[in-house]
Every structure is written in C-alpha cells, then in structure tokens.
Design a protein around this ligand. Sequence first.
Ligand SMILES: [Zn+2]
Ligand SMILES: [Zn+2]
Length: 346
Amino acid sequence: MRAVVFERYGEPAEVREVADPEPAEHGVVVRVEATGLCRSDWHGWQGHDPDITLPHVPGHELAGTVEAVGARVTGWRAGDRVTVPFVCACGSCPACAAGDQQVCERQTQPGFTHWGSFAQYVALDHADVNLVAVPDGMSFATAASLGCRFATAYRAVVQRGRAAAGEWVAVHGCGGVGLSAVMIAAAAGARVVAVDVSPGALDLARKFGAAECVDAAAVRDPAGAVRDLTGGGAHLSLDALGAPATCAASVDSLRRRGRHVQVGLLPSPTGTTPVPMARAIALELLGSHGMAAHTYPPMLELVRAGVLRPDLLVTSTITLDAAPPALAAMGGAAAGAGVTVIEPWS
Ligand SMILES: [Zn+2]
Ligand SMILES: [Zn+2]
C-alpha cells in the first residue's frame, strides 16, 4: 500500500510503498477512504509524543470500509462503513469498565502507538469496543472529521463543559476543534465568543454561529476583551489550541464559578505549564480528551437531524502526495482555516 512515512522528527515525510497491515485477533484492517489532517499529527511529527517510534505513519481521524476482520471480532464484517475514536480502548480495564473508554489504561491510538491512517489501509484494535458505524448518507470525509476534533469538541462542550442555553461560551483557538466547539456550543443555545489570531478562522467561526469575535493579534488582552463582551466573563471557556497563552487567556476570561476545559494538548519543553491557579478557588478547571465510542449516538443524531454540520468544517480535500507539505504547514499560522481531509485512493 501507499503511505506517508517519516524517518526523523521534523524532517520531511514522504509517500512510499510499505507492507499492508494485518488485523490483530481482536482488530480489523480498514480501507481508508478519508483521513483528517490534525494538529496532533504535527505534534507527533515534531517529536512531542512519547508513544511514537520511528519510522512512523501518522493519521488518526479516519473513516472507511472494513477490509479484513480478526478471528475474535463478532460485531463487524468486511464492507461495513466505519469510523473510530482516535483513542482505541481495550474494553476491559477499570476505566473501560466505568464507561470511560476515552481514557482507557491500555489504549492504542492509530498514528501514535502504531502506524496510522495517512495510508491506504490502517489496523485498528479491539474493533468490537471501538468501531462506530457511519450512518447512511454521511460522507467518509464528514465521518473522518468526527473521530478526533468534532467528537473531542462535543465532549468538551456538552459532556464536560455542560454548555447551556443563554450562557456565554468562549473558545480560544479556532482550528478544527475550536470551530467544532463554536458550532456545537451555538447549537446548544449558548452565545459564543470566538478568539483567534487569524481573521480567516474568525470569519469561519462567525459563519458557524459565533456571536462575537476577538482578534487576539489585534488586542493587548484577549481575556479582558472576552470579559468586556460577556458582561464580566464567560460561563464556560475552552483552550482549544493548547498553548500556555491560550490556556491562561481561557482561565482569565471566566466569570466567578466559570468552567475552563483544557482541550488542546499542552506540550511543554520544561515539563510544566503555567496556569493562573490563583483564580482556581472560584472556578472549575476541567480537562477533556477524546470521546468514547458508546457515547457517539446523541452526537450522530444531531448530525443526522442537520443541527450539527461537521461537513461544513471540511474546507479542503487533498491527495496522499499532498499530505507531507500539508503536515509541515500545520505548525504555522499559514495553516488553512477549517479541516483538511486526505483521500488516500484519489
Ligand atoms: Zn486529531
Ligand atoms: Zn481499557
């Protein structure tokens, strides 16, 4: 099969022929029809993820059809249209037993713990625990966008953040996860303030339901701007980027008893990230990572009903050959607004 491979962190990846994957006894191999390009792939390529060993194939937001099925899989067969959360759970550890598959203690992640979906085929573990059927009528590109950023945003806004109608919700960072959060919070009836340094990203945020926008490159104090716009601070605020500045701005943009949800990964060269903890006694500081497969149905129902439109987040579709330079561009401000999807067979 053809796959995007990198041999060293931060050096250009290339498309080459590699061996097709085989399914584990409990797993499947999926023919990848669409796979999203996410900032987490860029972090992995930069060497920020300790799970990765070289050489490596990135890619973790995917949808496609089941190609091969392991001997112990009972719920899936070749030809099924599927997607998957980027955290593939074991199904049997204490976290999984509690229903918290998104923080499974023995999780695997395509594109991190093993080769991912920037390829024509990908192996996925514990298929009966992790696969999600793609509803009829949903395109593979749309389904791919659910697996990481949209589902992550849904859990952060709805399940962790408890966004409610009439509340102010601030979203710091309007990449794929941030724009998803804007759309989901607006659909919940919240008034959304979108914060980003990119006018293009803010234009999309407005299109997806943001009531107010703050250009963080143009104001001295983005958190102060959010407090002014919201009459004293947001009820819920997300760091959807993952940087010390956006984390601090998210916490500082809350009113008393507000909820901060850390969504973006916060890699830190020094091992610690400064957070304005002096305010924590009057706040809720939360984190969110992914979403368990068994909690997908309410989200899929909102997509089916047209209340949520993840398809609108997909702003660009590219070939496998165009993926290496697009991966490199994810680290800079030049990364395009919205979600880019790779189609490995095009
Ligand atoms: Zn991702
Ligand atoms: Zn588990």
